[in-house]
Design a protein around this ligand. Structure first.
Ligand code: NDP
Length: 281
């Protein structure tokens, strides 16, 4: 239906924002569900983000998704925050009620949703996470909560991996970036949470012959859908999961938080996102 003056309003805030796939996905869900609602992209510069969040919280807006570079600011301005957002140190979902700001992080749940959609059990064996930025923190939090039995971390800057482990998984093993192949032995799940592999950039390279034949390899990068990291792993016969699963997985609980019902199953979310990515190439 066409939105009226009573439409439920939500959106996504970032800088840049023009590349975001979220408005198309959320709008497809809104349309399929027949809701009187809108979902709007907002480009907001760093120094204006806190003021923007407070202004929208004072309006009839239901909430906002938050993307780079505002996820820490979103947590900092909130009046209350979920355990996930506090532990990860960032929020990608703000909901507004009576002028108050509630912060949450659905990237962690999004990653677990992606594993579940691929029938991968997060606690089936040792996991190796590459990276120590925002995506890595969400993935690490998710895997610890899901009971991964052994955590291995590797990051270009070892100090960042150490700090992340101290916050979220003090017992994790830290592997030197230059010797990350060593961490593949016996790994059940290997996740790229660095920005390596993004279109036009450097690939993340591994010696996949060192990984068990039943290892699962997941990427947080989704542009391109098949990164060099996933392509090389697939060439060795390993099961792979691309980054769109996490993106769609974090959008589902956001939709429910904004519009009060889970997104309709009738929308082929993955196919829609793939077609948007192909059109953008
Ligand atoms: P951050 O900037 O917070 O972290 C970047 C990470 O990549 C750091 O660990 C950094 O290491 C590492 N890195 C950057 N450049 C290099 C390099 N040349 N060599 C080795 N390591 C490098 O980014 P995010 O964590 O927010 O995002 C990481 C990726 O995850 C992005 O591609 C993003 O698109 C994707 N993402 C996907 C989501 C999804 O839903 N699918 C959700 C969120 C993010 P160092 O600490 O040494 O700087």
């Amino acid at each position: 239906m066409r939105p009226t003056g009573a439409a439920r309003i939500a959106g996504v805030v970032g800088d840049p924002i023009a590349h975001s796939l979220s408005p198309s996905l959320m709008s497809a869900w809104i349309e399929a569900a027949g809701l009187n609602a809108v979902y709007t992209p907002y480009r907001v510069a760093g120094e204006q983000a806190a003021e923007f969040f407070r202004a929208l919280a004072a309006s009839q807006c239901a909430g906002l998704n938050v993307t780079l570079p505002h996820k820490q600011t979103a947590l900092a301005v909130s009046d209350e925050a979920s355990a996930a957002a506090r532990a990860i140190g960032a929020a990608n979902l703000l909901t507004f009620r009576d002028g108050r700001i509630h912060a949450d992080n659905t990237d962690a749940a999004g990653f677990l949703n992606a594993l579940k959609s691929s029938q991968v059990e997060p606690s089936r064996g040792p996991v190796l996470i590459l990276g120590a930025g925002g995506a890595a923190r969400a993935i690490l939090y998710a895997l610890v909560e899901a009971g991964a039995p052994e955590i291995r971390l590797s990051n270009r800057s070892r100090a960042n991996a150490r700090a992340m482990a101290d916050d979220l998984a003090p017992g994790a093993q830290i592997h030197d970036w230059d010797r990350r192949d060593d961490a593949l032995a016996g790994a059940a799940l290997v996740v790229n949470a660095t920005s390596l592999g993004l279109s036009g950039g450097e690939d993340l390279v591994f010696d996949w012959s060192r990984a068990p034949a039943d290892a699962v390899v997941a990427d947080s990068v989704y542009k391109p859908l098949e990164t060099g990291f996933l392509r090389d792993a697939a060439a060795r016969g390993l099961k792979t999961i691309h980054g769109l699963g996490m993106l769609i997985g974090q959008a589902r609980p956001s939709f429910e938080a904004f519009y009060g019902a889970p997104p309709p199953e009738s929308v082929e979310a993955a196919a829609l996102m793939v077609s948007l990515l192909e059109a953008a190439e």
